[in-house]
Ligand binder design. Structure first.
Ligand SMILES: [Ca+2]
Length: 481
């Protein structure tokens, strides 16, 4: 029996047939994902981002093989909130997770002009985490290193990870040397890093976490893997290997941007271990089946540790804690096989919130409609394909209603080249044009009142929309004065 088709039916038939041909090819194996989140790595701490003391040949080589972002941002200027943004794709202000875990457990300070809000210390279970998305897609999901997103009931194993090596509620180890335990901080709290027994004296935490990661890569032959490689380095305690510290001590010169040999040693150990991971992927013949992302959870720590300034984010202003660029702008390299172009650069502003929708959509992972309605990140796929593409995403926002060595409570917006900071006490407002003033040295708020008013309005609208928690006036503090 002959059959007649209308034109639309013919087109539909052709499409189905072509898809059928495509499906006849061997099914492509799902890509592995290696997400390397370095702790407190500053924007200019790597050779490929302008470091002048630190030697990072392996990461520089990855950079040559990747898409490098010049304007990538952590969603927050400190650890826990940014890590929460990676796991959920949601702004820390909306999550009500705006300070690091340990501080969220303590009563806010009462000796300052403002009393910061009480915020969540644990990542709630109603979120569909990035790890759960991978897990439901049949991936082997492994978290290594720093977690910092909650107490035992909120550990990686309860947020979608099959494996957790070393992740706890603490933001840093007592020491980077085996057995990775000891008394830490002014409270002399005993800290430890679990799942890392059987080591030898002198063993170094950054090396050991890589050993563990390599074992996971080697044994993940039946499933693709999602490796959440959260190195504890280069956070305090600033402890490099003695031989590397000696090497950098000899390389110190006047006028260098970076001047801490212990820190430089930590950066080199990080670099060596990123090199080891990449070598392993090559040896397993899966480098081109693995998405590699390397970034940091906030800007470099510019305060002192054991008497020495830790790092500098120059030419960016300030560092960890602050909403100036030095506190939030971070290195970001993405090597996505057959998608990114080697040695390419993007100047588009992106944030750690973007990893969630990008990975979920591009790798076709299971998703949750309700969760995704709350996601603030943008799918970067078109940008990964063509780094000169504009995302047309609108402004990025930050909200830090707390104190730190580098800042008072503050919120911020970046809209195109304009960046505005609004301090919560005294209504101090600063406006910068990042295109001509990357160091945020010239406050243009008075010179450009209209832009200032527009950005203030956008910031206020966003704060309302995400129900951002605000600090309150400390009347007791006023009385004392
Ligand atoms: Ca950090």
């Amino acid at each position: 029996m002959s059959q007649k088709y209308s034109l639309p039916q013919l087109i539909a038939l052709l499409v189905v047939t072509m898809n059928g041909f495509a499906n006849d090819k061997a099914p492509s194996k799902p890509l592995n994902v290696l997400l390397i989140v370095v702790d407190d790595l500053g924007w200019s701490d790597l050779g490929c981002y302008g470091a002048d003391l630190h030697q990072t040949p392996h990461i520089d080589s990855l950079c040559k093989d990747s898409l490098k972002f010049t304007d990538a941002y952590a969603a927050a200027s400190i650890c826990t909130p940014t890590r929460a943004s990676i796991m959920t794709g949601i702004y820390p202000a909306k999550l009500h997770m705006t300070i690091w875990h340990e501080a969220a457990h303590r009563a806010p300070p009462t000796n300052r002009a403002l009393i910061p809000p009480t915020v969540d210390a644990n990542l709630a279970h109603h979120h569909m985490t990035l790890a759960e998305s991978f897990q439901q897609a049949g991936y082997r999901t492994a978290h290594l290193g720093k977690w910092h997103l909650g107490t035992a009931g909120f550990y990686p194993e309860l947020h979608g990870f099959d494996v957790n090596i070393g992740g706890t509620f603490w933001g840093c180890p007592a020491t980077f040397f085996y057995p990775y335990r000891g008394l830490f901080g002014s409270r002399q709290e005993l800290r430890y890093v679990p799942q890392l027994d059987g080591g030898q004296p002198g063993e170094y935490l950054t090396d050991r976490l890589t050993d563990e990661a390599i074992q996971i890569i080697r044994t993940s032959t039946d499933k693709p893997f999602f490796l959440n490689m959260c190195y504890y380095t280069v956070h305090t305690p600033i402890e490099g290997k003695p031989e590397l510290t000696k090497k950098y001590t000899a390389l110190l010169k006047d006028g260098q941007r970076h001047s801490n040999a212990h820190y430089a040693a930590m950066v080199q150990s990080l670099d060596e271990n990123v090199g080891r991971l990449l070598t392993e992927l090559k040896q397993q013949n899966i480098l081109d089946q693995t998405v590699v992302i390397l970034t940091s959870d906030n800007g470099g720590f510019i305060n002192k540790f054991r008497g020495n300034t830790v790092t500098s984010n120059a030419p960016l202003r300030s560092g960890k804690g602050s909403l100036y660029e030095g506190g939030i702008r971070v290195p970001l390299l993405i090597r996505w096989p057959h998608v990114t172009t080697p040695n390419s650069v993007s100047h588009e502003p992106v944030t750690t919130c973007d990893f969630y929708p990008t990975l979920q959509a591009t790798l076709n992972l299971p998703s949750n409609t309700e969760h995704n309605s709350r996601v603030d990140g943008t799918n970067l796929f078109t940008l990964l394909k063509n780094p000169t593409t504009s995302l047309n995403r609108g402004p990025l926002f930050w909200h830090y209603p707390h104190y730190y060595q580098t800042t008072d409570p503050v919120s911020s917006i970046r809209d195109g080249d304009w960046k505005l900071l609004k301090y919560h006490h005294s209504d101090r407002v600063e406006l910068f044009n990042l295109a001509i003033d990357i160091s945020e040295a010239n406050n243009l708020a008075t010179k450009h009142p209209q832009t200032t008013a527009t950005l203030l309005s956008k910031l206020a609208t966003w704060q309302t929309k995400v129900n951002a928690q605000m600090p309150t006036l400390n009347t007791q503090f006023k009385q004392e004065r």
